[in-house]
Design a protein around this ligand. Structure first.
Ligand SMILES: [Zn+2]
Length: 536
């Protein structure tokens, strides 16, 4: 196989995805990650289009990169102007990068209908622009925009754009499926045709509007392209770009193209996650290779298989891409899921035990009531413990009351309205019953405060535990305000995080269940030395 160069455009094309806006610092941090991953080229942005990208190039000059080169993106000169006078081009030189990716039209209809110039002038624009940048000392890649569409309407012209760019000194000719409408067979034919007219290395830049950007990219590799452009997680406008998190492992693990090292490949899931966090998007669990569900098993039948042979239902060893096998506990679960999950959590259960059967039934019952344990491992651990006949919970709720009041309070200047929440909690610890009250900025907060007030008297170390995230989801099965609600709570003690779940038709009760689980889990896990039950 030919050697392949990886070209990442997450920072430019990827940032075109709706809802994504990277700060300059985000972009610099992502560039460092991509460098560690072994990306050969990182397209930083289009400095002519916005000041943020200009600042990125300014600061990127101070980045110390081991594997990657920064590329600046821009377009060919405007029609009927001189290259050296065109700000499109002069800003590229000013950016200070050594390589420029220059987008030029390579479809006849785009030239006449959109650019509104002649086919000859477009060829001059490509040639002049490349020659100008070369004369300024830059290496130039041509992004042949709309190449595959152009190849269908007027193949000779699209190929002519490539040969003109090659003669002008372009180092790589990147064939772009700008509208994402091509299919793999069409890509193969067009790449083969391009290879016949030039010896300059080719590249592929595929958009995913037909859902085949990754397939098109791999087809192009088989047809002989040397440079692959794409984005992390497939981010990009409309339906996105070719997802490098799929392309790279396909190349390396399936096609024998050694584009990055084994150690770099093992960072892939982390990089994917990192970029989604920077983009402030929830990581897509169903992404191939890197998603949280990519190697998870839910059906009991599959779990029975992977328990016997890890590869029974997976196409690669997930650790190769830094991911892991995961067994999902759900209402579809068989007994083995429960045992596997419990073992994964460090809890041992006998395969044929009555406890396991009871636990399975308990999980099914609770899931039918809206609980879900996929993302609430701490609540799952508690279920396992509670299934044991000798389990003694560190505390038990006797009852609680929450008061919410909207009050108009006259003040010196003008009357103000305020919402008041107060909770009264009765909790049993050992043989003692504690009765506490607390106010909060909302009913859940008041409940949390009152419960802590009671428990801190027995377990002072519980003060380290904080609630860090609180999510409410209305479950689809029911309608309107009568809906079943599921509450997911994430807690932290500064060292580790854990998640718990509660479900009820009452939001306060669902919150209480998740909250109580959170504290019970921590007390159980730490068997706090101040735990009066642990002492006994
Ligand atoms: Zn693009």
């Amino acid at each position: 196989m030919p050697s392949i160069q990886l070209y990442d455009t997450t920072l430019r094309d990827g940032s075109q995805k709706e809802g994504v806006s990277f700060s300059v610092v985000d972009k610099l941090n992502i560039a460092r990650k991509l460098d560690e991953l072994g990306m050969h080229f990182i397209e930083g942005g289009w400095p002519g289009s916005n000041p943020k990208d200009a600042e990125f190039f300014d600061r990127a000059q101070k980045l110390t990169l081991t594997n990657s080169q920064i590329v600046v993106f821009g377009s060919t000169r405007r029609p009927k102007t001189k290259a050296e006078k065109d700000t499109n081009l002069t800003t590229l030189v000013d950016a200070g990068a050594e390589i420029a990716a220059l987008v030029g039209k390579s479809s006849d209809l785009q030239v006449t209908r959109v650019l509104e110039t002649t086919l000859e002038e477009n060829l001059s624009m490509i040639a002049d622009s490349i020659k100008y940048l070369k004369a300024q000392g830059l290496t130039v890649f041509l992004d042949a925009e709309h190449f595959f569409d152009g190849f269908k309407s007027n193949a000779d012209y699209s190929l002519r754009c490539l040969t003109v760019a090659a003669e002008a000194g372009a180092t790589c000719l990147v064939l772009c499926d700008t509208n994402g409408g091509a299919l793999p067979d069409e890509v193969t034919l067009a790449v083969e045709a391009a290879r016949k007219v030039t010896t300059v290395p080719l590249g592929i830049h595929a958009h995913n509007d037909s859902g085949v950007a990754v397939a098109n990219t791999l087809a192009a590799v088989n047809a002989g392209v040397a440079q692959i452009q794409g984005t992390i997680n497939g981010y990009g406008e409309r339906c996105g770009n070719a997802n490098l998190c799929s392309v790279i492992p396909n190349l390396k693990l399936k096609m024998g193209v050694d584009c990055i090292t084994d150690a770099q490949l093992a960072m892939l899931a982390e990089v994917s996650h990192y970029v989604s966090e920077a983009a402030n998007l929830i990581p897509d669990a169903s992404l191939p290779y890197v998603g949280g569900s990519a190697f998870s098993h839910k059906a009991g039948y599959h779990v029975a298989g992977v328990t016997k042979w890890a590869d029974a239902y997976q196409h690669i060893d997930p650790t190769q891409v830094g991911n892991q096998q995961r067994v999902v506990v759900s209402e579809l679960s068989g007994r083995r899921n429960i045992i596997y999950k419990a073992r994964e959590r460090g809890l041992d259960l006998p395969l044929q035990g009555k406890e396991t059967q009871q636990l399975l039934e308990q999980v099914k019952l609770l899931e039918s009531r809206g609980f879900q344990y996929d993302n609430a491992e701490a609540s799952f651990d508690l279920l396992v413990h509670r299934a044991k006949p000798d389990y003694k919970p560190p505390f038990e709720l006797v009852d609680f009351m929450v008061i919410i009041e909207k009050r108009r309070r006259p003040s010196t200047r003008k009357s103000t309205e305020e919402m008041l929440s107060e909770a009264i909690v009765k909790v049993r610890v050992g043989t003692e019953v504690m009765h506490t009250a607390a106010e909060g900025n909302g009913p859940v907060n008041a409940l949390d405060q009152a419960l802590r007030k009671a428990l801190l008297q027995f377990y002072p170390s519980l003060a380290a535990v904080k609630l860090v995230d609180y999510k409410v989801r209305i479950l689809e099965e029911s309608v309107g305000t009568e809906s079943q609600v599921r509450v997911l709570i994430e807690s932290s003690d500064g060292v580790e995080e854990w998640r718990t779940v509660g479900s009820s038709t009452n939001l306060i009760e669902a919150s209480w269940l998740a909250l109580a689980d959170s504290l019970e889990y921590w007390l159980l896990k730490h068997k706090a030395s101040d735990n009066p039950l642990a002492k006994s």
